[in-house]
Design a protein around this ligand. Structure first.
Ligand code: ZN
Length: 487
């Protein structure tokens, strides 16, 4: 399918041609005042010899395409994809292109602060928007190491998934510029890579994790907003989250540092970029807010942190398991809040009042769908960031954990993380471990709760005798037409 969509079939076919993507070396030159930026990428990958495929790249223009030392025609690029003919077993692809800044929160978003005229950039790549910043095989199962080299105006900072190894300052045509060199990432999906650049200000701290490793922590915001940032609250919740997850999962935090950045005009609540989490600025409180909003932010902090293991270290093979990513993070954040933060008393009540009611409501609309949804292409996944995927999924996961037992559930996770670290999985990979640790038939449960939609209704039926006493009382379970499952 040409254009901006990508079907599951295309992704499967491409993954069968590309045996392994080794690395991306991505050089970005990010000017302050233009509409476009330069993106030079070198990609090393193994492929089926003689086969052809394509790489995703939403470009303003393509200057050159070089495959295994041979310069190819730029006609192979149509502004959305670049065709790659006649691949070798081992390939090096170099593309020199210009890409657009965006103002829609997709790709590399550019924002001008009305308070002081400063320019701020940040990336948002989920679901398919890293291709707006560099040419990339944009599907979660083609993981690779990503090395970023980013040139920006001198007074900017750049934050990415990994710590920087050096920063060089040089005179260039446009004044003084700094080049930030980042350490290559471990193997990860492109949608969790990140670049945040601008005159952001930061507050730093650190924690020592269960392995005795020191993890640097940072909280960032634009200059004009920084006076309102209560970084200490973010750090406290982050420490409690680290402690809880490492203890429960028996798996240490997989990345080197943990930065959290408030970014302007953000579409979602937050995004789990590995070691570089971005947040909506609504979570910077400029005046006193209701405690409920503060609690919601705490849940979001713990949600994103849970993704570092579930989603980032181990990633779904295709977007049909997005629900598992999101319901896991949603369930786990409430569990962490209830068991290791000051929200111990209210966390589950809040969950029942907000998440579960959202799920019940959405599950009774004509637009409902099973939690495990059929995701044929990118358009399908874009409409699935909903109350079924997040809230019903989390509610049902809560039920499952109660049923197999929390200890068994966590023991299954430990094995799951061990087996699949830096790789990709399908739902079955988790169910296998859950069955093994709990001895329960998780599949029959999955068929009833995950693979069918709709709610059941419970009604009380009362019979009275002649004296008016209750002689019979029953509860009748029913379903709506078209949703014939009794649970
Ligand atoms: Zn999430």
């Amino acid at each position: 399918m040409p254009g901006l969509n990508l079907t599951r079939n295309e992704a499967t076919e491409r993954a069968s041609i590309i045996k392994r993507v080794h690395s991306y070396r991505i050089e970005l030159d990010l000017p302050k005042d233009k509409d476009v930026f330069s993106s030079k990428v070198e990609i090393r990958f193994d492929a089926q010899e003689g086969a052809s495929t394509f790489i995703d790249a939403i470009t303003s223009s393509v200057k050159s395409i070089t495959l295994n030392g041979e310069e190819l025609s730029t006609d192979l690029a149509d502004g959305e994809r670049i065709q790659l003919p006649n691949l070798a077993a081992e390939n090096t692809l170099v593309v020199d292109a210009e890409m657009f800044y965006t103002n829609t929160g997709e790709g590399l978003h550019r924002f001008v602060d009305p308070a002081d005229g400063e320019v701020y950039l940040y990336s948002q790549f989920e679901v398919p928007d890293s291709r707006r910043v560099f040419p990339v095989f944009e599907q979660p199962d083609l993981k690779a190491e990503f090395e970023f080299i980013v040139r920006v105006p001198s007074h900017w900072v750049v934050v990415s998934n990994q710590p920087e190894v050096k920063v060089e300052e040089k005179e260039c045509g446009c004044g003084r510029a700094k080049t930030w060199f980042f350490k290559p990432t471990p193997r990860m999906s492109s949608y969790i890579t990140a670049i945040v650049a601008g005159p952001y200000e930061k507050v730093t701290s650190e924690l020592t994790n269960s392995e005795g490793r020191v993890i640097p922590l940072g909280v960032y915001a634009r200059k004009s907003l920084m006076p309102f940032v209560d970084a200490e609250d973010m750090f406290e919740l982050t420490r409690q989250g680290f402690e809880f997850y490492e203890e429960q999962f028996k798996t240490p935090y997989p990345f080197e540092k943990y930065d959290q950045l408030f970014v302007p005009e953000f579409n979602a609540g937050a995004m789990e970029n590995a070691g570089c989490v971005t947040y909506l600025e609504t979570y910077v409180f400029r005046s006193k807010v209701a405690e409920a909003l503060r609690e919601r932010r705490a849940i979001t902090v713990l949600h994103e942190l849970a993704h570092m293991w579930f989603g980032d270290l181990v990633t779904m093979k295709w977007w049909n398991d997005l629900w598992l990513n999101e319901s896991f993070a949603e369930f786990m954040s409430t569990l962490a809040a209830a068991e290791n933060t000051r929200y111990a008393k209210e966390a589950w009540a809040t969950f029942a009042a907000s998440e579960k009611t959202w799920a019940y409501r959405q599950d009774q609309l004509s637009s409902t769908h099973p939690i495990v949804a059929e995701i044929r292409d990118l358009a399908d996944v874009q409409v699935n960031f909903d109350g079924i995927t997040y809230a019903k999924g989390a509610s049902v996961l809560r039920q499952m954990v109660a049923w197999v037992g929390q200890e068994n559930f966590m023991a299954a996770l430990k094995v799951y993380f061990e087996k699949h670290s830096w790789g990709n999985t399908v739902l079955d990979d988790l169910l296998v471990e859950l069955e093994r640790t709990s001895g329960r038939d998780v599949r029959a449960w999955s068929a009833k709760w995950l693979e069918t939609a709709g709610v059941n209704t419970l009604a009380v039926e009362v019979e009275n005798d002649e004296a008016g006493n209750i002689s019979n009382l029953g509860i009748r379970q029913s379903y709506a037409e078209g949703f014939e499952t009794l649970r």
